[in-house]
Design a protein around this ligand. Structure first.
Ligand SMILES: Cc1cc2nc3c(=O)[nH]c(=O)nc-3n(C[C@H](O)[C@H](O)[C@H](O)COP(=O)(O)OP(=O)(O)OC[C@H]3O[C@@H](n4cnc5c(N)ncnc54)[C@H](O)[C@@H]3O)c2cc1C
Length: 445
């Protein structure tokens, strides 16, 4: 038995956690029992990467198999970390088209959650850049899937949270970049409306994201720092000696050596942090400033085990997307409710999404996505149901990779257009539920 959880440390389970060494292990694991699911690097928040009875780690499937510099096509096993792809290919002038807020995720996890980055409004989600997949289906068949071969399985696997079988290999397209630097501009927005207008007006920026001080109230509700970014070209490098084109990726500088006491993150400490961060950021408004890729895309990766800051009870993330026409009023209402509630979100991030993704259960749809982290405490789950109601009434949905607690009804309302097709496909692929995660059980998938 192993004790493990998602990154947010809620829920925690004790169950067998096997490690696949090669594809034969995946094949034999798949059919040897029921209620099992694949796991990548455990960076999802919740119970998506926890089997009902047993879980299979894919981290040892970590070989990169081929790369074609002319097309940017990389074929790699599913357990390869994005961090390793970046460390290997950035110095050669290639970068993944889509990266989330951490580089410590596997290729399989990126595909199964169809992760999005700060450029969704431009480039869509991770799955848009995946060419084909090699999957071990729940009944133990090895199947290749792409947009032209087993297309339905492909669509269901992108964003399918591991429920269509275990991805063992994928081919994705990396994009050429001239340098490993980002030219960042920072804009301070005094309230939510201004933050959304800023994102809208800068739709042409490749990357954009707003950090919200979600404790600001009244006229300043939703005050934010908006960060825009572009890949720097060689001629734009400041003091750019050619050997500085690709900065070294540094290992995390700091670690959190123990679980913080639950009281450490209270409304006062969160308020102080938000106040400090806003004032510090507001002093650096302007730009473009040259920053390297790591702090721009992966600021939290600088502190290993930062999830321990929330204490042993862990935390819950609530990430929703609200359709564009309702976003301003509904997000304002959600922020109001949070400021009036007895706790606070330590981190609140707002992004604009572009067109919906291909995947049947992919999260992104046109609108605004707001991600909030709350320390686990009595009353939190009930409060989050209030936020869920706001999301449901606005025709929005919650992100499965960040979900530990939504109800089946909330899920079905959010994914109403595709959940039926997904269920039928799963029923045909896996009538006896060889594959089933805790998330799938909770949401009736
Ligand atoms: C600091 C931080 C920032 C983040 N920022 C973002 C962000 O900006 N955007 C975003 O979209 N997400 C973000 N995430 C979430 C994260 O990118 C996703 O949860 C991702 O899926 C985690 O990958 P993983 O390898 O850790 O997979 P796990 O968490 O282990 O698993 C996630 C899902 O993938 C499935 N899976 C994993 N491997 C396979 C496989 N080989 N075959 C089939 N299914 C598999 C699992 O069953 C599970 O359903 C962030 C997470 C953290 C910790």
């Amino acid at each position: 038995m192993t004790r493990f959880s998602g990154w947010n440390r809620y829920p925690v389970v004790d169950q067998p956690l096997h490690a696949a060494r090669d594809r034969r292990d995946v094949l034999s694991f798949s059919t040897a029992g029921t209620g099992r699911v694949a796991r990548g690097n455990g960076r999802s928040y919740g119970d998506a990467a926890i089997g009902v009875s047993e879980t299979l780690s894919t981290l040892k499937l970590d070989r990169m198999k081929s790369f074609d510099a002319a097309s940017g096509l990389l074929t790699a096993e599913a357990g390869v970390l994005l961090a390793d792809i970046i460390a290997t290919f950035l110095p050669r002038g290639f970068f993944p088209r889509v990266v989330p807020g951490t580089r410590f995720i596997t290729l399989g996890g990126a595909i199964a959650s169809d992760v999005h980055g700060k450029n969704h409004h431009h480039d869509g989600a991770f799955g848009n850049h995946v060419q084909d997949l090699l999957i071990v289906t729940p009944c133990g068949e090895l199947v290749r899937a792409s947009r032209s071969e087993n297309a339905e399985l492909f669509r269901a696997t992108i964003g399918g949270q591991g429920l269509t079988g275990t991805i063992i290999e994928a081919t994705l397209r990396l994009m050429p970049v001239e340098t490993g630097w980002i030219r960042q501009r920072t804009i301070a927005a005094s309230d939510l409306g201004e933050a959304m207008r800023t994102l809208e007006e800068n739709d042409g920026a490749t990357y954009s994201v707003a950090w919200i001080d979600c404790l600001a109230r009244g006229a300043h509700l939703g005050r934010s720092l908006v960060f825009l970014g572009e890949h720097a070209k060689v001629e734009e490098l400041e003091g750019g000696a050619p050997d500085k084109r690709f900065p070294k990726v540094a290992p995390p500088l700091l670690g959190v050596p123990f679980d913080f006491p639950s009281l450490a993150l209270n409304k006062l400490s969160v308020r102080l942090f938000n106040e400090f961060y806003y004032r510090w950021g507001a002093r650096r408004v302007g730009g473009p400033f040259q920053v390297d890729i790591d702090p721009y895309f992966f600021p939290l990766d600088g502190i290993s085990n930062w999830n321990r800051i929330y204490g042993h009870r862990g935390f819950v993330q609530h990430q929703c997307v609200i359709p564009t026409e309702r976003a301003a009023s509904v997000l304002a209402e959600m922020l109001e409710r949070i400021t009036h509630w007895g706790s606070a979100s330590f981190l609140a991030v707002l992004k604009k999404f572009g067109a919906a993704s291909d995947g049947l259960l992919s999260f992104p749809q046109p609108g605004y996505t707001l991600a909030l982290d709350f320390p686990m405490r009595p009353g939190l789950l009930e409060f989050l149901e209030e936020l869920d109601k706001c999301v449901m009434e606005a025709g929005g949905r919650l992100y499965l990779a960040k979900d530990a607690r939504q109800s089946q009804a909330t899920f079905e309302a959010g994914y109403a257009q595709t959940v039926g097709v997904f269920r039928s496909l799963r029923q045909a692929l896996d009538p006896v539920s060889h594959v089933k995660s805790r998330l799938a059980e909770r949401l009736g998938l």
